[in-house]
Design a binder for this molecule. Sequence first.
Ligand SMILES: [Zn+2]
Length: 618
Amino acid sequence: MRNLILVISFLLSSVIIADDNYRYYINLTKVVNDKVSVTLTPPTIAQNEIEFSFAAMVPGTYEVYNFGRFISNFKVTGINGAAIKVTKVDVNTYKISPAASIEKITYDVDDTWDKTDLPDTKDKVVFEPGGTNFEDGKNFAINTHSMFGFIKGMLNKNFILEFEKPKGFYPATGLSDIKLGDTKDVISVFDYHDLVDSPIMYSLPDTATIMVANTKVLVANYSPNKKINSRFIASTLKELLNAQKDYLFGELPVSKYAFLFYFIDRATQSGSNGALEHSYSSFYVLQEFDSLSLQQEIRDVAAHEFFHIVTPLNIHSKEIGDFDFSKPQMSEHLWLYEGMTEYAAHHAQTKGGITDIDKLIGTMMQKYETSITAFNDTMSFTYMSKHVLEEKIHTQYSNVYEKGAVIGMCLDILLRHYSDGKYGTQNLMKDLATKYGKNKSFNDEDLFNDIEKFTYPQIGDFLRKHVSGKIPLPMQEVLDKIGIDFSKELVTYEFSLGSTDLNFNEKTNRLYVAGIAEMDEFGKEMGFKMNDELSKLNGIELKMDNIKETITNYYETVKEGDKVTIEIYRPKGKGDKYKIKTLNAVAKKIKIVRKNQIGLKQELSEKQKQTLRAWVGL
Ligand SMILES: [Zn+2]
């Protein structure tokens, strides 16, 4: 009798029944010390000893995070009290035997967003969109790889997640197999790869659904101070996704997609904001501002993440297709996965009429400028990609969003040039996705040959010289194809007012000299000193409401040899005392060197016009 009662109460108190699935039970109503407890009933295990592991890294991030760091109180219970031996092998892995006697595995999970006291955590902060956040009773932003482990060699089993949740909470996710309850949800996932591919955000719902072609798009929002809502995001995304759909020739390759937005009202631990892409969703952590000031950022980030459905999700190498969660290997082609995606995100907005051509070229030139000033411009991009996990190479990683995108633009313009406007990177990506696709990986070393086969020998040359090779991008040659002049250094002679840094003194309502490091010859002749306050230019008082007009007028009328006077207030020691002085100098043109300048040619050839039109879709 006693046993029977125990058996009955066991069955009633838990739906966790041993079968051939991973059955996880997570209680979100009980957060203790910012930790959530997790219970696993494992699938049927045949071998005597298993390695139970948490991911070292997941696809889409390019840094080893060791999610095992966030696990504590790891315990294994044997069936009928059987003794089980557990040995921690490394930060992510536990050796367990005899494995067939395991009844359940329990542990506590810490979230990653506000964790600073773990060993090695300071320099290994998890990028928030790839991490997890528990806010008791408010929001649970769950990246499944930071909460759920796997048995090595047994990734291809179903995962059944049973969440005990605060009343009214809704699990926003790109997953489809969900049984919603009042206080309990059951979410079923095909295997570990799909599990890792599916973040889940639990909170009181602020959701909107839109249809784009045949794709049902869920927008879920968490804005703690209610500065932004899901309806606003949905209307912004609808316009964007329609442009992206057109860019992909009228079809989106998924039938369901979820955008999960968490707007954070404090600085992130990693110091960055952004998002992480998945096959059927993307998860965003952005600063919480009012809707309108966030709109273009939402477009730019969402366009990027959504375009990842093209690559790497549908075009990828073996390193990604057979991702090793414990000892990740890197592919050579980050220029493709991140660079082409970033380029397409901006290019599609211009082609779809959301932004204009000036914005596109401006963005790309800004990226080019950053790539040559902040990164090593003669490092092979494929080498960097392959070795990006190594500490000394990792500093080059974010160049994939700068130079990577510029590589995309160059490739697109060259393709449109050689094809008389008929073929661009949009077509190339489609051809590659058709040849490969979600379940077929390419070999890193074959990719350039494949691209050359679809296109032209000159494109193969370009990739070998400027992407795997160390030769900087041929900007002048590429931009010339669309009738744009590019100068590495443009020297001009122009009038100046001294080229000092100016700031505004609110007390006196005057501009003052705040820096003289860049002061030019004219400024030196004038004799500006730090903290001089500008009062009159050629006798005209410089007030805030007329200053722009006065200065514009000066530049329009000044001639070589004119005497220029500037009245200044020069501080006398400490306090509010000033000496009024009139400085003067003779107007003359100063040599000004501007780097990486572009300008449209006066006259474009028919060929240039054709390439330009094809490129921006006019
Ligand atoms: Zn990306």
